[in-house]
Design a protein around this ligand. Structure first.
Ligand code: NDP
Length: 525
């Protein structure tokens, strides 16, 4: 930890070590799991796709290297593409080589876990063949009959795949004495309230709620989990954590990337569906929820859902006072010219899809009444940064008014989520010297300082939790519905109202968004 002066002023440094240990954190860690994991088969539907190559297989390989996978364990990739087991292994080897250096001595053992079956998502016989084939693998490798089905397929296929799994006896009735079956669903969970309800209804025809794991890998980031620890394992914050001391809160997820190769998806989604319905809402809930009775999944979800239900409905008539929507134009990122969103491949030249949004929301409950929360996210912004800034109220009366010409900056607690994983507290001190002058300084805690254990990537953590059946970091359906109930009217205005072209403000790539948001860099610095 160190004290560091705010930008542009002289630094004053003090170092400390963690107070409860002399050992580097993580030393002596034996295992990443809380207990013995059941043997199982991890079945990936959509195994020829991007998510499988870029996230799932690298995460499973890393867990394998860290001896965190169950034993015995198999991975069965499935998709329409015709491939042999050997062909799938080669493809996954290439994917791992792309993701980072592959250790040739460990690859053969991991490759032996990989199998492949060709399926058609809406074809009952191919799922029946898959069910039979899984049984044979169980017999041969003693995988205990337990199954995880990961839906790494486009969302339009979720219902079809769930139905095919259910009809092949791999859903609810599977658990009658044969082992457990879980289905993992990737975001987005519907496009709006209506479609989210329809998807849930269909999933529940074939799977029970406790079998459904709805992934938001954002929740598995160490620093996101640390929000709860920071709030509920320290007594100093709680008395201040309310409307009496907090003036405003800003939650920002800024990206430098553009739409890349995902124009087809993004044109339909836009920034509100892509970032707000899931990641930003979760950060909001973790920042504002009441303490759960314990850290089990349901008590935590209960508290989050209370926050979502307390969100003040958006006032349609004053919509523009609460929202800034933008779309990136040409500009420079990392010194390179980048095209405007409308010039990206696959994007309509007159697209009105927002790539930036800031919304001001209020939570109508005793703790937060009257405190504005600014939720902001955008693509092609000046810097990649996700942070929560808690801004405290200004001091009620300044005894320094005779000596200072300017006002005193309010204290801020900044929870850096990514890529600067740190907690910063800004406060005022006396500037050293004969005259009385104030100095604004930062006290920083760097999250990974002194940590030497294996750092779990978000997908590693989330897959590990799924293998353990721990639902804490997954969405519950009532939370999804409450979020969609809040966001759907906003989406409706953004997508259907007559003056939506005028609502969209263009911003240069590499800037901090539309002109209206000049304050943004100050809030997240
Ligand atoms: P892809 O577009 O790469 O599709 C995955 C596989 O699904 C394809 O390889 C293809 O396999 C099959 N598929 C694609 N389109 C169709 C179609 N129209 N009909 C039938 N099969 C089709 O998706 P991703 O891997 O990018 O994403 C999978 C899921 O994960 C999505 O729901 C996405 O929202 C979610 N997600 C993805 C992330 C990512 O980084 N990619 C991040 C977070 C969530 P085949 O033709 O061989 O059957």
């Amino acid at each position: 930890m160190n004290f560091q002066e705010e930008k542009g002023k002289d630094p004053v440094a003090i170092s400390t070590v963690p107070t409860n240990t002399d050992e580097p954190l993580g030393k002596g860690q034996d295992s990443l799991t809380a207990g013995v994991l059941d043997p199982c088969i991890f079945i990936i539907l959509g195994a020829s796709g991007d998510l499988t190559s870029r996230k799932l297989i690298p995460a499973l390989y890393s867990l394998f290297l860290n001896k965190a996978l169950p034993h015995p364990f198999l991975i069965v990739g499935c998709s329409r593409t015709v491939m042999s087991d050997e062909g799938f292994r080669e493809r996954m080897k290439e994917a791992l080589e792309k993701a980072g250096p592959l250790d040739p001595s460990t690859w053969p053992a991991f490759a032996r876990l990989l199998h492949y079956r060709t399926i058609l998502y809406d074809d009952f016989p191919s799922f029946k063949r898959l069910a039979d084939s899984l049984k044979e693998l169980d017999k041969k490798y003693k995988t205990g009959g337990n199954r995880i089905f990961e839906l790494a397929i486009p969302p339009s296929l979720y219902e079809t795949a769930a139905r095919s799994l259910g009809r092949a006896g791999l859903g609810i009735e599977y658990e009658n004495g044969r082992g457990w079956a879980r289905i993992v669903v990737e975001k987005p969970f519907g496009r709006d309230l209506e479609t989210a309800l329809a998807l849930d209804k269909r999933l529940h025809e074939y799977f029970q709620e406790n079998q459904i794991f709805r992934i938001d890998h954002y929740l598995a980031k160490e620093t996101v989990q640390n929000i709860l620890v920071c709030r509920f394992a320290n007594s100093i914050f709680e008395p201040l954590w309310n409307r009496n001391y907090i003036d405003q809160v800003s939650i920002t997820a800024a990206e430098t990337l553009g739409v890349e190769h995902r124009a087809g998806y993004y044109e339909q989604a836009g920034v509100l569906r892509d970032m707000f319905q899931n990641h930003l809402m979760q950060l909001l809930a973790l920042t504002t929820m009441e303490s759960p009775t314990c850290l089990d999944a349901d008590p935590v979800q209960d508290e989050k859902v209370k926050v979502f239900r307390s969100l003040r409905p958006f006032p349609a008539e004053d919509f523009m006072d609460y929202t800034v929507l933008g779309q990136y134009g040409r500009g420079r990122i990392d010194g390179k010219e980048v095209p405007a969103y409308r010039e990206e491949p696959g994007v309509s030249p007159d697209s009105l899809t927002p790539t930036f949004a800031m919304i001001k929301v209020f939570i109508d409950n005793w703790r937060w009444q009257g405190v504005p929360f600014y939720l902001t996210s955008g693509k092609r912004l000046a810097r990649k940064q996700t942070a929560i800034v808690i801004q405290f109220k200004e001091i009620p009366h300044s005894v320094f008014r005779e000596t200072l010409e300017e006002g005193i900056s309010p204290n801020r607690l900044i929870l850096g989520i990514y890529p600067e994983e740190k907690i910063t507290l800004t406060f005022q001190t006396k500037r050293p010297g004969a005259h009385l002058a104030l100095l604004s300084v930062n006290m920083n805690f760097f999250y990974y300082q002194n940590y030497q254990g294996h750092l779990l990537e978000a997908y590693e953590k989330i897959l590990l939790d799924c293998l353990q059946g721990d639902r804490l970091l997954f969405w519950r359906q009532d939370g999804i519905e409450a979020c969609w109930a809040f966001l759907t009217p906003i989406l409706w205005i953004c997508e259907h109202c007559d003056n939506r072209a005028e609502m969209l403000r263009f911003y240069a790539s590499g800037s901090w968004g539309p002109e209206a948001l000049k304050k943004l860099p100050e809030l997240i610095d």
